[in-house]
Ligand binder design. Structure first.
Ligand code: FES
Length: 165
């Protein structure tokens, strides 16, 4: 069964490469689209892309490690991006970030929560400067977020997800 799933994943990745005519100069677009589809870029995926584009794995690893937006492991169920740029700093984003790390047991840009449900990431301006501290949870933007409000927002999203299923 695992082999079948791996082959299906690879056919998806190969299809993405084909859409770009297996062009090495389209590597960034291919990596981006693959991550959008697969959630992250694992070793097997990078090998498939390297073969399709006829480039070395070392070249791909260099690109993936250079850009912080590429994930090498499965993301947490909920991604919480906390803006740490200047306008949000002026209204307490660092306190919010520290409280979030303590509350969820996760590190910004590092370890997920123990249950792997929450991942914390830094953002450097979410375009919501007048309403900071700003946070984006699974792509939804929130302003004037306090530690208590952040906890409630994450809980609401988790609850809504359970109700949908
Ligand atoms: S500085 Fe935080 S949203 Fe712009």
């Amino acid at each position: 069964m695992a082999i079948l799933i791996n082959n299906l994943e690879h056919s998806v990745v190969r299809a993405i490469c084909s859409r770009y005519d297996n062009r090495p100069d389209a590597l960034l677009e291919i990596l981006h689209e693959t991550q959008e589809t697969e959630g992250y870029l694992n070793d097997e995926t990078l090998t498939t892309i390297a073969r399709a584009l006829n480039i070395s794995r070392a070249d791909i690893h260099g690109v993936v490690s250079f850009y912080h937006d590429y994930r090498r492991e499965a993301p947490a169920r909920h991604i919480v991006k906390i803006c740490l740029a200047e306008a949000c700093q002026a209204v307490g984003c660092e306190v919010l970030a520290a409280a979030a790390e303590a509350k969820f047991g996760a590190k910004i840009g590092g370890a997920k929560s123990v249950d792997r449900q929450i991942g914390l990431e830094a953002a450097y301006c979410l375009g919501n400067c007048a309403l900071g501290p700003s946070v984006m949870i699974d792509g939804a933007l929130y302003g004037r977020v306090t530690p208590d409000r952040l906890t409630a927002l994450v809980k609401d999203r988790s609850t809504a997800e359970v109700q949908k299923s």
